[in-house]
Design a protein around this ligand. Structure first.
Ligand code: C2E
Ligand code: MG
Ligand code: MG
Ligand code: MG
Length: 279
């Protein structure tokens, strides 16, 4: 229709309104075939060490190359996969793909890779054996892997439900609390979780974009960083979009940063070209 109407008038339409029109049921129904046909792919976004600006690892982010609708972001299909349970085989694919890929990048040992886990994966009995199997098959140390879980996925989890995460942590896998600060987190709970890293949500980073920065946001970041460090946790900040934010977050003691200021998520080939140490 855009062509019939002449010009490119309709091509700047909000991609989200397009997206909303796609039938969730049809997307859901196509998820299993999509996995079989290899329609999912990963992009990688570098994690930057703030002390020296060097790459410290990469977060793997899944996308769907849909044969009709084109490229779909994870917010469009992860909740559907979570609902049907397809997230379990999809998540296993993501984990293996990400670990294999990052392993090919660095000559001085594999690059650290962060992989997101959804609540359903977290509570699946195969999480620990599957993860061990991938690490052994690829031949990398557990410390090369960081699993990201949201604090909301852990809210209300009892000791038994946290056991798999503790087992992985004891093997040496890093555990990051993703989107930290957005849930109704009970800070006292932090001591009961096997987390090694807090990933401070983008909403905190946003308040630092202003000149001068919102003093309340500065206070929050300062407080969370000092609490995290006192508990032996590292702090990663998400959504760093400007140099101004990066400078402040470094001064506030954040250890690692991620965001468009450094790099957008990119294909494995682009990541290797721009970020992989020693090609
Ligand atoms: P997340 O784990 O919090 O990932 C960070 C999101 O922020 C990514 O969105 C990334 O592209 C985006 N981002 C990075 N830097 C910036 C920035 O500077 N500014 C802004 N505005 N955004 C930035 P993406 O790729 O759309 O992923 C959305 C969410 O989908 C992820 O949030 C994660 O929760 C979930 N997800 C992605 N891949 C997987 C996966 O393999 N498995 C599971 N279970 N969930 C996944
Ligand atoms: Mg994440
Ligand atoms: Mg996050
Ligand atoms: Mg987030």
């Amino acid at each position: 229709r855009a062509k019939d109407a002449g010009g490119n008038r309709y091509e700047v339409a909000d991609p989200d309104s397009d997206a909303r029109a796609i039938d969730r049921h049809s997307l859901t129904n196509h998820l299993p075939a999509a996995l079989e046909r290899d329609e999912f792919f990963l992009e990688y976004q570098p994690l930057i060490r703030m002390s020296d600006g060097k790459v410290d690892g990469a977060e793997a982010l899944v996308r769907w190359k849909h044969p009709v609708h084109g490229r779909l972001g994870p917010d469009r299909f992860i909740p559907l996969a979570e609902h049907t349970g397809l997230i379990v085989p999809l998540g296993r694919w993501v984990l293996e793909q990400a670990v294999r890929q990052t392993c090919t990048w660095a000559s001085g040992g594999p690059l650290r890779v962060n992989v997101n886990l959804s609540p359903r994966q977290l509570h699946h009995p195969d999480l620990v054996p599957d993860t061990i199997a991938v690490l052994e098959a690829v031949g990398v140390e557990p410390s090369s892997l960081c699993l990201e879980v949201t604090e909301s996925a852990l809210i209300g989890a009892d000791e038994d439900e946290l056991k798999p995460l503790w087992q992985l942590a004891e093997l040496g896998v890093d555990i990051a609390l993703d989107d930290f600060g957005t849930g109704y987190s009970n800070l006292a709970n932090l001591r009961k979780l096997p987390a090694t890293t807090l990933k401070l949500d983008r909403s905190f980073t946003q308040g630092l974009q202003r000149h001068p920065a919102d003093p309340v946001d500065v206070t929050f970041v300062e407080g969370i960083v000092s609490l995290a460090h006192a508990l032996g946790l590292a702090v990663t900040v998400e959504g760093v979009e400007t140099e101004h934010q990066a400078d402040q977050l470094r001064d506030l003691g954040c250890d690692t940063a991620q965001g468009w200021y450094y790099a957008r998520p990119a294909s494995a080939a682009e990541f290797a070209r721009d970020w992989a140490p020693n090609g």
